[in-house]
Design a protein around this ligand. Structure first.
Ligand SMILES: [Fe+2]
Ligand SMILES: [Fe+2]
Length: 285
């Protein structure tokens, strides 16, 4: 298979894995990470992130631009039975899809990754089937989420935080894929991407805890092709995010949520740390 075809194929799969990550994350947060169904979904979401990561690394290795647009994840939202049936169906369809692709590519690493995506999708289908089999009558007829109790304005602010941290996180993950040949810097960027995922989770959990699906709305992701420009943008973003969080901290509604206050304090300190680190890396670039 020609290089361009491999890139297109892997990039399409990247969009699918991204879609699965978001679907299981959102659903998992809505169920609550302290519930067996929620914990299981978040665990699947983490595995989908790995799937995304392997594909993104391949695109980066091939010197191409990774596709950061999630594909559609079709599912029937009527109740938990229809939702989990959709998930089983989605994962089962991926098995022949990935195996077929693996047969067509020549590179042994890419082949193995695609085969692994196939057999892990098979495991996912089985795990979702098990949830389906164990649903209580109550769970079966219900669906995740509910009526919001938080003031709309406050919810909108939290959704904005989710969107901007999600964008920052995608940008960093892209940097780590595209600049993987920069050695240790690629790892460091990946490390910061992971931290951003955790910060994103703080806000997403609060929104979902109120019964509302977190809105993973992607902003403009920087596509710098030189590491110097990328680091400059990363630094600006994290500094702006920190300023925004310091302002958010003063919001009257925030004060009513002690858990969020702690997470904001943590996030602000982590952002200071990240900015200092990036400044250091920039010195040598
Ligand atoms: Fe996957
Ligand atoms: Fe999966």
């Amino acid at each position: 298979m020609k290089k361009g075809e491999v890139i297109d194929l892997v990039n399409r799969d990247l969009g699918d894995e991204h879609a699965a990550t978001l679907r299981y994350l959102i659903h998992g947060y809505l169920e609550g990470e302290d519930t067996p169904i929620g914990a299981s979904l978040l665990s699947r979401a983490r595995e989908e992130m790995w799937h995304m990561h392997w594909l993104g690394m391949i695109v980066g290795q091939l010197g191409a631009e990774p596709n950061l647009v999630p594909a559609a994840y079709p599912y029937d939202p009527t109740n938990r039975v229809t939702i989990f049936k959709s998930y089983v169906e989605y994962e089962e369809k991926l098995i022949p899809h990935y195996n077929g692709e693996a047969d067509r590519v020549d590179d042994p690493h890419i082949k193995r990754v695609l085969q692994r995506e196939a057999w892990e999708s098979a495991i996912h289908a089985r795990k979702f089937q098990r949830i389906l089999d164990k649903l209580s009558p109550e769970e079966a007829k219900g669906r995740p989420g509910g009526e919001a109790k938080l003031p709309k304005e406050f919810l909108d602010k939290l959704q904005k935080e989710i969107a901007s941290k999600y964008t920052e996180m995608l940008q960093h993950i892209r940097y780590s894929w595209v600049f993987q040949k920069e050695g240790i810097l690629g790892w460091q960027l990946m490390d910061q991407a992971m931290e951003k995922m955790k910060q994103l989770a703080h806000f997403a959990e609060d929104v979902a805890g109120d019964g509302i699906p977190p809105n993973f709305k992607q902003g403009q992701v920087d596509t710098s092709v030189t590491i110097g420009l990328a680091l400059k943008k990363a630094l600006e973003d994290v500094q702006n995010a920190r300023e925004g969080h310091l302002g958010f901290h003063k919001d009257g509604e925030v004060k009513k949520h002690p858990g969020l206050v702690i997470n904001l304090d943590l996030t602000v300190q982590q952002e200071e740390y990240q900015a200092a680190e990036i400044k250091d890396w920039t010195k040598n670039k």
